[in-house]
Write a protein that binds this ligand. Structure first.
Ligand SMILES: *[C@@H]1O[C@H](CO)[C@@H](O)[C@H](O)[C@H]1NC(C)=O
Ligand SMILES: *[C@@H]1O[C@H](CO)[C@@H](O)[C@H](O)[C@H]1NC(C)=O
Ligand SMILES: *[C@@H]1O[C@H](CO)[C@@H](O)[C@H](O)[C@H]1NC(C)=O
Ligand SMILES: *[C@@H]1O[C@H](CO)[C@@H](O)[C@H](O)[C@H]1NC(C)=O
Ligand SMILES: *[C@@H]1O[C@H](CO)[C@@H](O)[C@H](O)[C@H]1NC(C)=O
Ligand SMILES: *[C@@H]1O[C@H](CO)[C@@H](O)[C@H](O)[C@H]1NC(C)=O
Length: 270
């Protein structure tokens, strides 16, 4: 059988029905509580996408550059069988990689690997870092308190569950607030800079929430046949920020007249 191979695409010769369908390699690069779980369920609702979750989570898979490259090889040789693995007809194969899972530390090796093997990066960040912080604190609380019948849930599928989780209002440490927000800004900028010579696109959670047609751009980027994408996850924090933080007055005082006041000035309504 003769297949036409395009640059940057891959054929996996043991694939039966889809032996001539090229496979695109991707990675979703993100930070915890930035909507990447939701985004990944959207992608996986496409019959030709297999995104395998936080493959780099366990520390032994990213202890050094060689274990990272080995892990990447395993994902992209399709010998990683997770619930996201579909059939031999996957047209795009990838996983979700958090910035604190070795990718920043070993970025030079990873960039080389991405260029050599044609891996495309989808950055998914959250514009409103204050909302992300609320989500981080609430999720950390949920790990301890488990208000949903004693089960920790990072993501929920029922509005009633979202409502219970959103009842908890974290107190934000105002001493650390501005340094923490700055750190997130720096990490985001640095990640994009490190990978700026590889094929990539930058997505923001807020834009996806507001405008689902952004998903068309993502599918174009992965050169997938266009599909309506769906996720069963529901958003946990729906109210304005002022109603979700216990010490909102203090937070307001610290952020007022800084560049971070955009987080509550332009806070979105759901
Ligand atoms: C890299 O880490 C793995 C464990 O994850 C270890 O087996 C291996 O010896 C390490 N290699 C180097 C070069 O340090
Ligand atoms: C997507 O999957 C379907 C069903 O498995 C298959 O027939 C089709 O060729 C695949 N499309 C691509 C672009 O791989
Ligand atoms: C807890 O479990 C009970 C019984 O299974 C169920 O009816 C209820 O909806 C659950 N509550 C939550 C918050 O999940
Ligand atoms: C807030 O953060 C500062 C700096 O990390 C720390 O010293 C302080 O103990 C924290 N305050 C509370 C109430 O946790
Ligand atoms: C990538 O970032 C470096 C460092 O900021 C910069 O010098 C370079 O011009 C950038 N390259 C591209 C292609 O944007
Ligand atoms: C939604 O996103 C699409 C694709 O990026 C863009 O063309 C369109 O203008 C956007 N619509 C709105 C209302 O922002």
């Amino acid at each position: 059988m003769h297949c036409i191979v395009l640059a940057g695409l891959h054929l996996l010769l043991y694939r039966e029905e889809c032996v001539c369908n090229p496979v695109r390699y991707f990675v979703i690069m993100s930070m915890q509580r930035s909507g990447s779980g939701w985004f990944e369920t959207l992608l996986n609702s496409h019959m030709n996408v297999s995104s395998n979750g936080e493959i780099m989570g366990p520390s032994d898979r990213r202890r050094n550059a060689s274990s990272i490259l080995e892990t990447l090889d395993r994902v992209y040789n399709l010998d990683w069988f997770t619930s996201a693995s579909k059939n031999e007809c996957s047209a795009a194969v990838g996983f979700k990689w958090m910035l604190n899972q070795g990718v920043m530390k070993y970025h030079e090796d990873v960039v080389d690997y991405f260029k050599k093997n044609g891996v495309s990066t989808i950055f998914l960040f959250r514009k409103n870092a204050l909302r992300r912080l609320v989500s981080l604190l609430a999720n950390a609380y949920d790990k301890e308190a488990k208000p949903l019948n004693g089960t920790h849930k990072s993501h929920v599928h029922l509005p009633a569950e979202a409502e219970i989780l959103a009842k908890y209002k974290p107190t934000i440490n105002t001493t650390r607030l501005i340094p923490d927000l700055k750190l997130v800004e720096r990490q985001t900028a640095r990640a994009i800079e490190y990978f700026n010579t590889t094929r990539h696109m930058v997505l923001y959670y807020e834009d996806l929430v507001k405008n689902r047609t952004k998903l068309r751009e993502v599918q174009d980027f992965l050169r997938l046949p266009y599909r309506e994408l769906r996720s069963g996850q529901v958003k946990i924090h729906m109210s304005p920020l002022s109603e979700q933080v216990a010490n909102w007055g203090d937070v307001l005082k610290v952020l007022k007249d800084t560049s971070y006041d955009k987080f509550f000035r332009s806070d979105y309504k759901m």
